[in-house]
Design a protein around this ligand. Sequence first.
Ligand code: PHE
Length: 503
Amino acid sequence: MKRPQAQVAVLQAADAQEDRRIDEVAEDADLKPEAATRAAFELEADGLVTVAEETLEHYDLTEEGDRYVRESLPEQDLYAAALDAGADEEPVQMGQVIGVSGLEGGAVDIALSNYARKGYGEIDSGEITADPDIDAGADPEMRALEAVADGRVEDADADALDQLERRGLLELSEETVRSVCLTDDGVTALMEGVEAAETVDQLTPELLTSGEWEDVAFTEYNVEADAEDVTHGKEHILRQTANRVKNTLVGMGFQEMEGPHVDAQFWINDCLFMPQDHPARTHWDQFALSQPDEIQELPEDLVERVRSAHKNGVGPDGEGYHSPWEEDVARGLDLRGHTTSLSMRYLSGHEIGELEPPKRFFSVEKVYRNDTLDPTHLLEFFQIEGWVMAEDLSVRDLMGTFTEFYEQFGITDLEFKPHYNPYTEPSFELFGTHPETGEVVEVGNSGIFRDEVLDPLGVDCDVMAWGLSLERLLMLMYGFEDIRDVHGTLCDLELLRETEVMR
Ligand code: PHE
């Protein structure tokens, strides 16, 4: 009998008396495990071997688990410090115990919550007690960690293993192990003799032109065989979601705005009735350009109207800021801290001409802020900017638009909170609930533009507007907790590879 080379090798390495693991067979047969698995399935289809499958669970220590197993669990340190401080006799000030425990930062919270959970003692109004009957040295979770570290997972307590996994100290992975065994037919075939036949696994132009394809034996496809993971390039989930947001807004009747990342403070701040001495206009908040340091062109008529709005206000009861307003400051160039600069450019009529209501515009673009880095802040993020220009708009229209927009992304529990912006009145912030932590997260800011903004721009109907964070929307959709998981060098590659963005 003629068989492809890999099948011959697997037949010869398999045994009729006992199951042999495919990885061992592969090694004896000098094949890659995937190739041996494929051959085994082909042989199984012809009744020459049986393939048995078993799922093995396997625990690995995480980095944190590894650290604790070499030192101790934070709650054990806390217990030792509490005993030292006499907390087994009477309650002791928590600060004092923590001080001697050597625990710092996040470890303090970890120690406190596990201490309480395990009943090592009580923590109440800033004081701690220690139960004298506890043997913290024999902590079952520590025992289980040690068992995993020593490769004796069978000695570990199942509840402790579960708990450790929940604490992120262990990771459970599953592995499918397959083994093969020769059938009677397999044994017979071997005795009668099997020879390696050459098979072709790729149809080439040469095979086609020479006509050889008619005579060769092709390798069969097995779509169930294990294959190597191929991590290919793909569009970033932020970009995919940005495109989905754009499609959604276009579907809601919006047109897209475009404009510069570096812009004059005039468009970024002054048109928005932000006084020139506003704290958000300092280098603490925004990035200024030194080269070039000012915009070439500003519409002079608009500059005059904006100056007058700042100095004297708008309308019969209007009050300006009465503070200095310098065109030089307005000409200064910054990385835009919001894309509301684009809204100003479009609403002013200077971008694509005068606009008649009703109109709806949006952008999904990057903005830059001198924020302190933390899990929800970066120096740059994507803002979903938008506005609707129409007669007689109210806060209800804004809320309805957001409800409709976020529903398309599966977010149906929006909350609204009154807010202050120099350029909108009324204003409110939007919040959603994080699917993993249950925390309420700010997702955007919005309002109805004031007359002091619209009058100089020459707009005499209502305009409601907003700036939403694309990254926060992503967090609510996919449940990650740190913006740095999707941006920058600390990003979570697995998340980026495996998250599927619905279209
Ligand atoms: N510019 C605001 C921000 O960045 C968002 C906003 C835009 C609010 C338009 C109201 C109106 O937070």
